[in-house]
Design a protein around this ligand. Structure first.
Ligand SMILES: Cc1cc2nc3c(=O)[nH]c(=O)nc-3n(C[C@H](O)[C@H](O)[C@H](O)COP(=O)(O)OP(=O)(O)OC[C@H]3O[C@@H](n4cnc5c(N)ncnc54)[C@H](O)[C@@H]3O)c2cc1C
Length: 330
């Protein structure tokens, strides 16, 4: 079943830009600081003169991290179409590329922060990005792909776009989207009510969040004295408890077509990614929901909101940030 026209489905890359959009380009940077901000999070501060031209859009701005490899030299990349150039490189020289979020950017200091989750490091199952972040040292070089400052079009890589009338925001995420949620929450103005439900590996991952908005932040650590909750279990249960209370009975009328799989859900090989192009806030509480994390978990959350609670699809953005058992890009 095709997605409704009011909902656009998009994958998380920057290869479909319009000429007026601030073009993604490569930034050659070095690690300036390494800070362990949580039991599972390391914050890397990247710095370099090229970041003077970095054009971050704030909120959940995504970038690509190109891990050092072989004879790769970002200075050889063409000014446009770096992505095609990267794809054409010999395997031995093509950097592994992974998607991350700009947690904070300080253009005047030519630096930005990225919070990496160190998944799989303790048990030897880390992916390349997680392993790299766990071992990196000050001075190590890496290449980022992100928006250049020039351009008048849409800021690519920012999916946070609630409708202006939204007064009640529900953000549900796992640890990979905690940097995005924290950046979004910090940007919210007074007068907005936001509930953030954040599942993280352990209690030591609870971070401080400041905002002018009326915030409720609930951290849901998976670890418990014996073993751990499976990934997503606590998040799904809590969203189910909270969502029903946020939505008035009036909005629970079945939404036409909402019992069908969307195009994004039906394609099981792709990361789930659906952001309403013409978002609306629903119900008397003017609700808008933003969901991000492991793809299967996000799918459950979105289904619950739309099918069980009756939230219109145009009031829900959902993004699979990673997929259990799959490397990024597979
Ligand atoms: C828009 C966007 C923004 C993102 N922002 C961030 C961010 O700011 N910080 C961040 O840490 N991540 C972020 N991610 C998620 C990150 O891109 C993935 O976790 C990525 O797979 C990590 O690459 P890797 O090389 O470590 O593992 P991969 O080589 O991609 O995967 C190796 C294995 O690890 C598993 N895996 C991947 N991620 C996790 C995880 N978190 N926990 C457990 N198993 C995992 C995979 O299923 C696979 O089996 C973001 C993703 C997207 C799409």
């Amino acid at each position: 079943m095709a997605a409704s026209t009011a909902v656009r489905t998009r994958v998380a890359d920057a290869t479909e830009q319009a000429p007026t959009d601030p073009a993604y380009r490569l930034f050659d940077v070095a690690v300036r600081r390494v800070e362990r901000v949580g039991a599972s999070f390391v914050r890397l501060t990247f710095g370099g003169e090229q970041l003077a031209a970095f054009g971050a859009g704030g909120h959940d701005q995504r970038i690509k991290v190109l891990l050092p490899r072989g004879a790769f030299d970002a200075a050889l990349a063409p000014a446009t179409d770096w992505y095609l150039w990267w794809r054409a490189l010999p395997d031995a020289d093509r950097p592994v590329m992974r998607t991350y979020t700009v947690r904070a950017v300080r253009p005047h200091l030519r630096e930005l922060d990225v919070d990496f989750v160190l998944h799989g490091v303790a048990d030897g199952h880390a992916g390349p990005a997680s392993a790299w972040a766990a071992a990196v040292a000050v001075g190590d070089r890496v290449v980022l792909a992100g928006p250049g400052a020039a351009g008048t079009g849409r800021m690519w890589g920012v999916e946070w776009a609630p409708p202006p009338e939204a007064r009640t925001l529900l953000l549900a995420a796992d640890e990979t989207a905690v940097p995005a949620v924290c950046a979004v929450l910090e940007s919210l103005p007074a007068g907005v009510r936001a509930t953030a439900l954040l599942e993280v590996p352990e209690v030591g991952d609870v971070l401080e969040v400041r905002s002018d908005a009326d915030l409720t932040v609930e951290w849901l650590p998976r670890a418990r004295p014996q073993g751990a909750h499976p990934h997503g279990e606590r998040l799904v249960a809590r969203v189910q408890e909270v969502a029903g209370r946020l939505v008035d009975e009036q909005t629970r009328a079945p939404q036409p077509g909402d019992d069908d799989d969307t195009e994004a859900e039906a394609d099981d090989t792709a990361l789930l990614w659906e952001v309403p192009e013409h978002a609306v806030a629903s119900g008397p509480e003017c609700l808008y929901a933003w969901l991000a994390g492991e793809a299967g978990v996000v799918k459950q959350l979105r289904r619950h909101l739309v099918r069980e609670v009756g939230v219109p699809r145009q009031s829900v953005a959902f993004m699979g940030y990673w997929r259990e058992g799959r490397r990024e890009g597979e």
